[in-house]
Write a protein that binds this ligand. Structure first.
Ligand code: NAD
Length: 260
C-alpha cells in the first residue's frame, strides 16, 4: 500500500530507526535516512536497504542537535522523490543522572534531539504534505512520554513534550488526509538500553544476564524486550489505510509496563 511513497526516518543508522527504515522500504517506500555513525557502516545499510527491497535509499547526515541542518532532510526528500509523504521522528539519546547532578549541556542536548528536532522536521514537512493533502507523521516517544522514571529528567520531559507536540499537530492538520501519532515503546534492546544494562551490571556486580532480568522485571510484567521489528511494523500499520482514523494518539507497545 505504500509503494513509491517517500519516507524520512531520523536516527535510522541504528536500533529502532534502522528497523523502521527497512520495514518501510520493504513496503516499497523510497527512503531518506539519517543518523550518526561510521561512514562505511552507513553506506552498507543504505545499499542493503536499496538492494533488498528494490527501492531508492539516500542518507543525509544532518546533526539534529543543530536546527539549521534539519530542513535539509526534508529538502533532500523533496528534491530526490518530488515530495515527502511519511515522516518518522525517531532519533533520540538518553542520559541517566539525578537532576541535581544532571549536566546542563546534556539536558540541552536531549531537549534538542529528542524534542526540538521533531518540531523542526514537522515544520519543514507540513507545507508539502498539506499541498498534496496526504501525509503520515509518526513520532517515536516512549512509555516515558506517559509516566516518569527516576534519574531520566531530560528524557522524560522531552518525551512528554513529544506527546503534546503530537496532539497539537493533529489539531492543526485534522482537516487534511494527514495523521500525526506517537508510539510509546517499552524497553527495546538497542545500544541506548544496552548502556543502561551495562551500567546496572557494573554498579551491582551482576552478570549481563542477571542485569537484563532485573532491568526487565522492574518495568515489564511480561519479562521480555519489545522487538525493534515490532515497533517498525506498528509504524507501517500507522502509515497504511486501516489507520487513517487514528490521529493524535499516544500508542503504547510496552509488554504491559503501563498497566500496573
Ligand atoms: P539507538 O541509540 O540505537 O539509535 C539512536 C539513533 O539516533 C541512532 O541512529 C543515532 O545515530 C541517532 N542520533 C543520535 N543523536 C543524533 C543526532 N544528533 N543527529 C542525528 N541522529 C542522531 O537508540 P534506539 O533505542 O533505537 O532509540 C530510537 C528512539 O526510540 C529514541 O527516540 C528513543 O528514545 C526511543 N525509544 C527507545 C526505547 C528503547 O528501549 N530502546 C524505548 C522507548 C523509546
Amino acid at each position: 500500500m505504500l509503494k513509491a511513497k517517500s519516507a524520512l526516518v531520523t536516527g535510522a543508522t541504528s536500533g529502532i530507526g534502522l528497523a523502521i527504515a527497512r520495514a518501510l522500504a520493504a513496503e516499497g517506500c523510497n527512503i531518506v535516512f539519517n543518523g550518526l555513525g561510521d561512514g562505511a557502516e552507513i553506506e552498507a545499510h543504505r545499499r542493503a536497504m536499496s538492494e533488498d527491497f528494490a527501492v531508492e535509499a539516500i542518507y543525509h547526515g544532518a546533526d539534529l542537535a543543530r536546527p539549521e541542518e534539519i530542513p535539509g532532510l526534508v529538502e533532500a526528500a523533496e528534491a530526490k522523490f518530488g515530495g515527502l509523504d511519511i515522516l518518522v521522528n525517531n532519533a533520540g539519546i538518553q542520559y541517566v543522572s539525578p537532576i541535581d547532578e544532571f549536566p546542563i549541556a546534556k539536558w540541552d542536548e536531549i531537549i534538542a534531539i529528542n524534542l526540538s528536532a521533531s518540531f523542526h522536521t514537522i515544520r519543514a514537512a507540513l507545507p508539502g504534505m498539506k499541498r498534496r493533502d496526504w501525509g503520515r507523521i509518526v513520532n517515536i516517544a516512549s512509555v516515558n512520554g506517559l509516566v516518569a522514571s527516576i534519574d531520566k529528567s531530560a528524557y522524560v520531559a522531552a518525551k512528554h513534550g513529544i506527546l503534546g507536540l503530537t496532539k497539537t499537530v493533529m489539531l492543526e492538520i485534522a482537516g487534511f488526509d494527514i495523521t500525526c501519532n506517537a508510539i510509546c515503546p517499552g524497553f527495546v534492546r538497542t545500544p541506548l538500553v544496552e548502556r543502561q544494562i551495562e551500567a546496572r551490571a557494573a554498579k551491582h556486580g551482576l552478570t549481563m544476564e542477571d542485569a537484563v532480568a532485573e532491568h526487565l522485571a522492574e518495568k515489564h510484567p511480561s519479562p521480555k524486550f519489545v522487538a525493534a521489528e515490532e515497533v517498525a511494523a506498528f509504524v507501517v500499520f500507522l502509515c497504511g489505510p486501516a489507520a487513517a482514523g487514528i490521529n493524535g494518539a499516544a500508542l503504547p507497545i510496552d509488554r504491559g509496563w503501563l498497566a500496573r
